[in-house]
Design a binder for this molecule. Structure first.
Ligand code: HEM
Length: 183
């Protein structure tokens, strides 16, 4: 069975080498040199590294059918050989965000901030996966993961710049931007 639960383990060795760690918003987390994405979500104490964050692959919340079909048609899977760079960006949103109704959140994400519409322009170059953490009492609400080739690094920066200027991002109150290179 494919795993839907993952742990992201920061430590002194691992699958991905950390090239930068920036607390973009809110408190930083301890610096580490490596990160590993571990399926099953069932780590023993000694496997938890310097820190570890747990996330679950869940159902879509806001994506409408037309968007879903489009995404499915063009997005690429993780693990491509030439995607030697990655970004791990844990994010937390404010209580104000979580107190909004579903339709209000969708309106902010899409009608106002055009999250999916913007992101779509960067597919299939950027492969992505969203992990949910809020409902399991983790420090972050989401763990976001992106993989891309060095040739697409600039495009990824452009995408992040655009998203961070949106109304949606005014609800982000903690964001750690960790960049990685395949070992
Ligand atoms: C959620 C698309 C890039 C952060 C989503 C959703 C879609 C999407 C469709 C909604 C999922 C749902 O229906 O529940 C994309 C595409 C991207 C992209 C196509 C292009 C690469 C990014 C980037 C970030 C990001 C660069 C920044 C770290 C998030 C977060 C959520 C999300 C935190 C969850 C938001 C929430 O539920 O409140 N994305 N995204 N995405 N995305 Fe992106």
């Amino acid at each position: 069975m494919t795993s839907t639960i993952f742990d992201f383990v920061g430590d002194n060795s691992g699958e991905w080498q950390v090239t930068s760690m920036t607390a973009y918003k809110g408190n930083p987390i301890e610096s580490v040199s490596h990160l590993t994405k571990v399926p099953l979500g069932d780590l023993s104490q000694s496997e938890k590294g310097i820190w570890s964050f747990k996330g679950i692959i869940s159902n879509l919340r806001y994506t409408e059918k037309e968007e879903k079909d489009k995404l499915t048609a063009i997005q690429e899977d993780l693990g491509r050989k030439n995607a030697t760079l990655a970004a791990f960006i844990p994010i937390r949103k404010s209580e104000t965000w979580w107190n909004l109704a579903q339709d209000e959140r969708r309106k902010i994400m899409e009608s106002k901030s055009k999250h999916t519409q913007t992101g779509m322009k960067y597919l299939p170059a950027i492969a992505r996966k969203l992990f949910h953490s809020r409902d399991i009492g983790e420090a972050f609400d989401f763990l976001t993961w992106f993989e891309y080739a060095p040739a697409d690094a600039e495009a990824f920066e452009e995408l992040l710049d655009t998203l961070r200027k949106t109304e949606e991002w005014t609800y982000v109150n903690r964001e750690i931007d960790i960049r990685l290179k395949k070992v």
